[in-house]
Design a protein around this ligand. Structure first.
Ligand code: SAH
Length: 340
């Protein structure tokens, strides 16, 4: 082992930051560098220490932001400097996470650890109100990619995988119509299919149908990436809305803004109410603003927040000028004791 660098591959779970392990949280707090994916809830980054460097290497199904070689290169470059490098990945790093490619790239030069995460299939099912296996409905569950290489419809026997149990498909949204067509050839048209978009986020969308209806339902309800496709009778266990979908703030998005330093753990606890929460703090601290510039801007551009909680109106003006946005006054809620 040359150098003291260490690489920690961490499963950041599916979205709800409460679904991250205690060990993962400890390592995020210790990191000198965090290299993170698109599917990671960015609020977790705010647990990092002040001087920690954040590097976004997100990939998007349409745009390949950074090629795998480039990610491997960055991991090695930072480890070579003797840093504790956290590689934060969505879900579980060992499930469709290209973990072995990244570990191999270290060529045995650095110590490394791998921390499992809760995989999207588990969260999609349980946050939608059904399990993945069940004594009455499904004695087995299969995790498969639904991403089809050329001709791979022949390589993956989806019918065999779906027979008699649960089939959970990752990366399958693009090929959903083809997969449904293959399954429909000799399976019951009423075989249940659930598509769960953004599982365990406050804007999770679950649609339930069967082989004959699911394609239209997905279009009708505009379920988009990232989404899990889950196929099997186990979906029958769901009754009405799930425990998660009935939480008091399910569907809401709240932004907490402060000039002072917020206690991020209290923001994480807000997630127990079922919404999506994000924090922007230390607005007068240039180093902090520079550190989070990319991620804050992206979050502000993606999410329309229903409520902006702030210590005073001056903070809102500061946010507006720093990010070149306008907050609708009716959404602002002043809470003077935010960071006391
Ligand atoms: N390592 C990840 C999977 C990465 S592959 C894990 O264990 O979950 C990327 C695929 O994961 C996406 O195409 C989608 O199918 C699924 N996925 C990731 N996050 C998700 C989420 N919050 N909700 C639904 N599906 C998700």
């Amino acid at each position: 082992m040359d150098g003291l660098g260490k690489v920690v591959f961490i499963g950041a779970g599916p979205g709800d930051p409460g679904l991250v392990s205690y060990k993962a949280i400890r390592r995020i707090k210790q990191a000198d560098v965090i290299i993170y994916d698109r599917l990671v809830n960015p609020i977790l980054l705010q647990l990092s220490k002040r001087e920690c460097e954040l590097i976004y290497v997100g990939k998007n199904p349409d745009v390949k932001y950074k090629a795998q070689d480039e990610i491997n290169r960055i991991i090695n470059e930072k480890a070579a400097l003797g840093h504790t490098v956290v590689r934060l990945k969505g879900g579980d790093p060992g499930i469709f996470g290209r973990l072995s490619e990244e570990v191999d790239s270290l060529e045995g030069k650095y110590l490394y650890e791998v921390i499992p995460g809760i995989t999207s299939a588990s969260a999609a099912a349980l946050y939608s109100g059904f399990p993945l296996t069940d004594r009455a409905h499904a004695p087995h569950v299969t995790f498969s990619t639904g991403h089809l290489q050329k001709d791979s419809l022949k390589e993956i026997d989806f019918q065999a995988l779906a027979k008699g149990g649960t089939l959970a498909l990752y990366m399958g949204m693009k090929a959903l119509p083809e997969i449904v067509e293959v399954l429909s050839k000799d399976m019951d048209a009423h075989l249940k299919v659930a598509v769960v978009g953004n599982a365990s986020y406050g804007y999770q969308k679950t649609v339930i149908g069967d082989l004959s209806t699911i394609n239209n339902l997905v279009i009708e309800h505009k379920v988009t990436h990232p989404a899990m496709i889950i196929i099997g009778d186990v979906i029958n266990v769901r009754e009405g809305l799930s425990w998660y979908e009935t939480l008091p703030e399910f569907g809401m998005r709240k932004l907490v803004v402060s000039k002072g330093k917020l206690d991020i753990e209290t923001i994480l606890e807000m997630y127990d109410n079922g919404g999506f929460y994000y924090a922007i703090d230390q607005l007068n601290d240039d180093d902090i603003q520079e550190k989070y510039q990319t991620i804050h801007s992206e979050i502000l551009s993606i999410h329309g927040f229903d409520e902006v909680i702030t210590d005073d109106m001056e903070t809102v003006s500061l946010l507006e000028s720093q990010f070149n946005i306008k907050i609708n006054p009716s959404k602002i809620k002043v809470n003077a004791s935010l960071n006391s």
